[in-house]
Write a protein that binds this ligand. Structure first.
Ligand SMILES: *[C@@H]1O[C@H](CO)[C@@H](O)[C@H](O)[C@H]1NC(C)=O
Ligand SMILES: *[C@@H]1O[C@H](CO)[C@@H](O)[C@H](O)[C@H]1NC(C)=O
Ligand SMILES: *[C@@H]1O[C@H](CO)[C@@H](O)[C@H](O)[C@H]1NC(C)=O
Ligand SMILES: *[C@@H]1O[C@H](CO)[C@@H](O)[C@H](O)[C@H]1NC(C)=O
Length: 554
């Protein structure tokens, strides 16, 4: 946010197209859907019926809000009741709703919790009743859609099997549902199936509708006039038929329909127990399928959605094209909390959980792909899980009374940085004009940047990688000033950020003696290894201006 004025100024004109590209990527990098859908300012939360609305135990429904920036004012509201609090960066606040927010079986309800904030936040919804727990990543309102694919109903012994037992009258044998949450406009929502089956409802602002998915209708798609949020699931699926009444709520928050074919990496089995049945629920435009041959497929490609099902768990998979560099992972009290991380097999060393690498990770191969996965235990309230140089997939998982639950973790950044989880990325910009070194220092400072000090090896690597990535070939400056020069007082080289000179990349031997130039350029020619040379400070060379990233505190 704080770098925007500069960008506007720079974007006005007079820069190299290459240079302009730098600036845009640095500060307002176009973000893929997955990054956009995870943090935001406005959210709608609904708590579907858990076990049964009359079950004699109070629900402990929770909205977890994590602020990304300091002084974030968060308001949660249900009906006319509102509550406002100010959060610090990285602070997670759990708002509790007991009996008053859970849906019953009404078709239409006004029990929708609205969350808004003055700064970006991530939001989890957690439903707890007795041992039945479910968590969901809540999508911000601005990325909700008007079209959602309906998932096929999984085969669950004691709930959907045998099929002739499915009946609206018995909780654990009731049909699966869609819960649709309307945003701020009066809306029309219709559920469409094969053979021109259609069911339509009108929805007032901030109301939720429930659709029972009678399986004989082959429901395919849900459409709305204005954007809505959609949950798919069941209040009470059997997790183990030999244990009477050991049912648990099963819900997944769906993402709006996308039209491109996408690849989904399927995490390896989360349990060693071969008794536990796992299936993939696959849905695309005109077909849906439950595939129980899992773990036969480490990678699934289709223009639709893929959700992994295990007893207690419906886990929407993150498409490979929408992996992110940093996720904020909350935890649920009184549960065993962990995360599943998927990363390219050559880049496991760059995975961080909080400020350090995971402890003794065991990496399992996703056969037939370049990816590996691991499971890490979570102990803090919220955990940044990130990568120093690449994009990864992260799922939050919890376990309570032997039932799993979980969700894709909310992504907060698409830009990786060796220093941490990026809230606003570093800015790297090559000045449009060749200037003397001293004028270059001023030029950068006037933009609220600094002539770059490449004072550490990871920074050197990251800057070089970025220049390589953005290099536009002919017409790109051949060399540029960096913030290194020799003291006329002591003769020693120093960085203008005052860090000691511990790394260098001189062309040939380290320059000795006071003759020759007292300032330093870096080569930008791609076949030159970015080596440094001393130059006379009054020469005219393009400056590299720089500012570090703004990071999520850990
Ligand atoms: C959040 O919503 C409340 C009403 O529920 C409203 O009064 C407030 O202005 C909103 N805040 C922001 C930052 O939009
Ligand atoms: C569905 O409706 C369309 C257009 O109204 C019609 O052409 C088609 O034959 C119908 N299909 C079925 C299976 O009824
Ligand atoms: C179901 O519960 C019984 C009794 O506790 C246990 O022996 C069995 O292993 C469980 N089955 C599964 C699939 O978890
Ligand atoms: C389940 O119910 C049956 C019949 O009511 C009973 O015989 C059996 O002991 C119960 N099993 C458990 C694990 O409670």
């Amino acid at each position: 946010m704080w770098c925007e004025p500069n960008i506007r100024m720079l974007a006005k004109g007079h820069l190299y197209s290459a240079v302009l590209l730098f600036v845009l990527r640095g500060a307002t990098e176009p973000r893929s859907v997955e990054a956009q859908i995870s943090s935001g300012f406005n959210f709608l939360v609904v708590f579907p019926e858990n076990i049964a609305y009359f079950y004699p135990e109070e629900p402990h429904n929770q909205v977890h809000v994590t602020a990304l920036h300091d002084n974030t004012e968060v308001t949660v509201a249900i009906r006319k009741q509102t509550h406002t609090e100010t959060l610090a960066a990285a602070q997670t606040r759990r708002f509790f709703y007991y009996g008053n927010a859970e849906l019953g079986r009404e078709d239409i309800s006004d029990k929708v919790v609205r969350v808004n904030s003055t700064g970006q936040v991530t939001v989890y919804a957690v439903s707890v009743k007795a041992g039945s727990v479910q968590s969901a990543r809540v999508l911000p309102v601005n990325v909700l859609g008007t079209e959602y694919l309906v998932l096929p109903v999984p085969k669950i012994q004691g709930t959907t099997q045998p099929p002739d037992m499915v009946s609206a009258y018995v909780t654990e044998f009731a049909p699966f549902r869609l819960v649709v949450v309307n945003a701020e406009k009066v809306n029309t929502v219709s559920l469409e199936g094969d053979s021109n089956n259609t069911r339509e409802v009108e929805l007032e602002p901030y109301h939720a509708a429930q659709f029972w998915l009678d399986t004989d209708k082959a429901w395919r798609v849900l459409r709305a006039k204005h954007p809505v949020a959609v949950l798919f699931g069941h209040p009470c699926t059997m997790t183990n038929v030999t244990l009477n009444c050991s049912c648990s709520m099963l819900y997944a928050a769906l993402t709006p329909k996308r039209h491109d074919k996408m690849a989904f990496l399927v995490p390896p089995p989360l349990t060693q127990d071969s008794q536990v049945q796992t299936a993939l629920l696959l849905s695309q435009e005109d077909s849906s399928l439950v595939d129980s041959s899992y773990p036969g497929w480490p990678l699934v490609e289709l223009p639709g959605i893929v959700v992994l099902h295990q007893p207690g768990l419906l886990l929407p998979l993150i498409p490979q094209s929408e992996l992110a560099s940093c996720y904020v992972v909350n935890t649920v009290q009184d549960a065993h909390n962990f995360a599943v991380i998927l990363v390219h097999k050559d880049l496991t060393a760059g995975v961080r959980v909080g400020s350090g690498p995971p402890e003794d990770p065991i990496w399992r191969t996703l056969t037939g792909t370049d990816y590996v996965s691991t499971v890490v235990k979570l102990s803090l309230d919220n955990n940044a899980i990130w990568h120093t140089s690449d994009k990864i997939a992260v799922y939050y998982m919890g376990e309570k009374e032997d039932a799993l639950f979980g969700n894709p973790a909310p992504a907060v950044s698409q830009t990786s940085d060796y220093r941490g989880c990026v809230l606003s990325p570093e800015v790297l910009e090559i000045g449009p004009e060749a200037l003397g070194w001293q004028e270059s220092v001023k030029f950068c400072r006037d933009l609220n940047l600094h002539l770059v000090s490449l004072s550490s090896l990871p920074l050197l690597d990251q800057v070089q990688a970025k220049i390589r990535q953005e290099h536009t070939g002919d017409g790109f400056p051949k060399r540029a000033w960096i913030g290194l020069r020799r003291s006329t007082l002591t003769g020693a080289w120093y960085w203008i950020n005052r860090e000691t000179v511990t790394v260098s990349n001189w062309k040939g031997a380290d320059p000795k003696g006071t003759h020759g130039g007292q300032c330093v350029t870096i080569s930008l020619e791609l076949d030159q290894e970015f080596d440094w040379s001393r130059e006379y400070c009054c020469q005219n060379v393009h400056p590299i201006c720089y500012r570090g990233p703004n990071l999520f505190p850990m």
